[in-house]
Design a protein around this ligand. Sequence first.
Ligand code: UDP
Length: 371
Amino acid sequence: SSVAVVLGTRPELVKLAPLLHELGPAARLVHTGQHWDEALSGRFIDELDLPAPELLHGIGGHPRGTQIGRAVEQLDELFAADRPAAVVVQGDTNATLAGALAANARSIPLVHVEAGLRSHDRAMPEEHNRVMVDQLADLLCAATTENRTNLLAEGHRDERIALTGNTVVEVVRRSLPDEDSRAAVLAGYGLRPDTYVLATVHRPENTDDADTLRELLSSLRSIEASGTPVLLPLHPRTRSAVERFGLGPMLTRLLVVPPVGYGEFLALARHAALLVSDSGGVQEECTVLGRPLLVVRRSTERPESVDAGFAALVRPGEQLTSAALTVLAGLPERLERLARTPSPYGDGLASARIVRLLEGLAERPATSDLQ
Ligand code: UDP
């Protein structure tokens, strides 16, 4: 019998790839279409060698409630027509919540990969999605002990929680191009190892407010002006915000390119002197690649990266600029230290553990402990 893996965005494709491979022919990939375009999904399905998706329709670009409602309705029809033995969701997107609600509505066992992350920032829709999905899941796969502690503190029962590590460790190891290919990627951008900044920005807290976005771009320009090139693969949401706010002229001097494929991104990140990002996934990837990261966010649900010394939270503007210049000034010692620091996200065996747990889950009634 099949396992339906429900997802809708680029980071979910990345993080669930090892699990889809481990499941083999039992896996059904269901894509809600939340981010359905070539740059953010099609290319990742090819590059990560994932099965052809069952694609929902009419979801991308709509408000959150519409996305969730439409996805639940279509998933319900899919699950009624061909009932999976279990549903797997990952992370905290609208697709994650829709997958969880649809599984719950049909009493299909639900597995949440990356359970127990908490930013405690209720301004973020992702925080609400995580909390709700953890409530619905039959099996909570916590990546770290901190995640497990968060779940226990909310009253989740220990026997529903498994400490698995994060699948990011294995996907980075498998997808990082070899040294020659990485050198070719860097050469393609005219960059040399350890001498450039790689930046990504797409969270609403940075893109929805003109002043914040202006501050952020102005910091990146100051970093560039100090002599370090800044490569910025521009997310479509950020590109439209730049156009809407008339900030186009601030992109000059930055190396602005469209979003890049996964192997290419890892190659660029592996040799960056510094990463600047508001991404969730990059906060984990930097620990596997051993590179410093400045997180341009008010809060993080991944304090492990900060505690281990890979990442620091900064505000766009003066704080970002001065933190970046400090990192760049002490780079060799910092890179040496990070190369010796293990990733807090586990040993790279998470997907095998999750698949073993899934086999056990399918054997018992999903809702037995709710009765
Ligand atoms: N990424 C990529 N190409 C890019 C920018 C990011 O492959 O041009 C990858 C990055 O390595 C990470 C994922 O996309 O694995 C992060 O996606 P995003 O920032 O959209 O989502 P988040 O992680 O914040 O949920």
